[in-house]
Design a protein around this ligand. Structure first.
Ligand SMILES: [Ca+2]
Ligand SMILES: [Ca+2]
Length: 467
């Protein structure tokens, strides 16, 4: 999943292992703020501005770390004991830098969109083209032909483009969210009513929580919390946004929708962008029409006048409230079955020094597909066994190094890109165990005996430890 934004703090610990090598598409050096133009480093150097730098009368702004915040909502690591979990477990992110000081340039964004989706190898090959592109960016105006054409190309290539609807307090949907083929995202409050700043319009596809503070001072009550950085100018400490340093905006509702699209494609990689959009819409929850403060009315079509909090309708905020679980359940119900991964382990276990070949050729694809690739991974017991390369074939050789247990995972991917996994646990017994036999002389135990001996020794040690 590509994040086209200000870049990402690549060293944030909750994004470790979640990032593919991306690219910095910001050509203009004043905008880039990293001393050069386009290059292979998508890290965010900060986008702070001084008063009046972007336009006359505008105040100074601290660095936003906007791209790091968006990236975390999609892909911050799950179950790693840190901070947050992104909404799309197990996806990987392609960080693409298109914004800097005072925003970004259409030429950079358009080039980055094509590159991110695998349509272009300029200025460098993209080894990890994205199936979903998150664009928490936009500006006012109708959809220009340039964006219309690139989004059309991406959609035709199977790439889902999710774009923020914008934060102009109920004015028209921003562009490129208003371009045909984009999935435009509106923002709602904790109650499900439109959050004051979110735009409205018939182009909105779906609505998602965007963060809202309620309080005018002090703690923000319903922010979205995500990965960020403490630096007010250049990068400082990697942190999380919170109730005082908060993330609110359609920028942060958008990655929740993009993440859901990523999960849907994880279940069924054959889904096309129009299908993703229609499932998101068909499974969205009905907007509430009551529950907000007195005086809140139904949202109306955008005009020249701002409209703050209002009750969303299907023609102003999209089809309903994002329901990720329902969207996934719908895809699971209709997806072709995933391939079945199978590992055949010959023999009854291993002793140190032995090797064994694990066989995956009984794995099977479904629905007329074929198995396209295999991947063997040693997930525990690194000192107990080693996998002899290649680890991407229909079998793999396992060498026993030390007594213990090891777990090996097999992932098979079918010709449509759907994957299935299984695992096996291998027990290695101490090898070449010699004892004094009653008849004199020593000898190696057969594997079965060695296993039994290892168990007995282990049991004795445990007993000893209790004393
Ligand atoms: Ca640069
Ligand atoms: Ca985490």
């Amino acid at each position: 999943m590509a994040v086209l934004d200000t870049g990402v703090r690549l060293d944030h610990p909750d994004l470790a292992g979640k990032l593919w090598p991306g690219y910095d598409f910001v050509e203009d050096r004043d905008t880039a703020n990293d001393g050069d133009g386009r290059d292979a480093d998508p890290s965010d150097p900060g986008d702070w501005t001084s008063s009046g730098e972007c336009s006359a009368g505008e105040p100074a702004f601290a660095s936003s770390w906007h791209g790091t915040q968006v990236a975390g909502l999609i892909g911050a690591a799950t179950d790693n004991g840190l901070g947050i979990a992104g909404a799309a477990r197990n996806v990987k992110l392609l960080p693409v830098r298109v914004l800097g000081r005072c925003g970004g340039w259409d030429s950079d964004i358009l080039a980055a969109m094509r590159w991110a989706g695998g349509l272009s190898a300029d200025p460098a090959a993209n080894a990890h083209p994205a199936r979903v592109i998150n664009m928490s960016l936009g500006s006012t105006g109708s959809c220009p032909a340039s964006y219309r054409d690139v989004i059309g190309e991406l959609v035709a290539a199977g790439v889902v483009v999710v774009v923020a609807g914008g934060n102009d307090a109920g004015l028209a949907v921003n562009t490129p969210a208003n371009c045909a083929g984009a999935i435009a995202v509106a923002g709602v409050r904790h109650l499900g009513s439109k959050v004051g700043y979110s735009n409205v319009g018939a182009e909105m596809a779906v609505a998602a929580p965007a963060g809202n503070c309620v309080n005018l001072t002090g703690a923000c009550l319903y922010p979205l919390m995500t990965t960020s950085n403490s630096g007010s100018t250049s990068p400082g400490e990697n942190i999380y946004s919170d109730s005082y340093n908060y993330s609110v905006g359609t920028s942060f509702a958008t990655p929740l929708v993009a993440a859901t699209a990523g999960l849907m494609l994880s279940v069924d990689p054959t889904l096309q962008p129009a299908q993703v959009k229609s499932v998101l819409q068909a499974t969205a929850r009905t907007f509430p029409a009551t529950g907000a403060d007195a005086g809140v009315v139904a949202c109306r079509a955008p005009g020249a006048v701002e409209q703050i909090e209002c009750y969303c309708t299907a023609t102003t905020c999209g089809a309903g409230l994002l329901d990720a679980a329902a969207a996934l359940a719908r895809v699971q119900a209709t997806a072709a079955p995933l391939p079945t991964a199978r590992i055949v382990v010959p023999g009854d276990g291993l002793t140190v020094g032995q090797s064994v070949v694990l066989d995956a050729s009984a794995s099977a694809a479904q629905g007329g597909r074929t198995i396209a690739s295999y991947e063997w991974t040693l997930v525990s017991g690194q000192g107990v066994v080693s996998l002899t390369p290649p680890t991407d074939g229909a079998s793999v050789s396992v060498q026993a190094l030390a007594a213990g247990t090891a777990t090996i995972v097999l992932t098979v991917i079918d010709s449509a890109g759907a994957s299935g996994t299984t695992s096996t646990t291998i027990t290695v017994a101490a090898g070449n165990v010699t004892v004094e036999a009653s008849g004199g002389g020593g000898g190696a135990f057969a594997p079965g005996w060695a296993v039994a001996l290892a168990v007995v020794v282990l049991a004795l040690r445990r007993t000893g430890a209790r004393r």
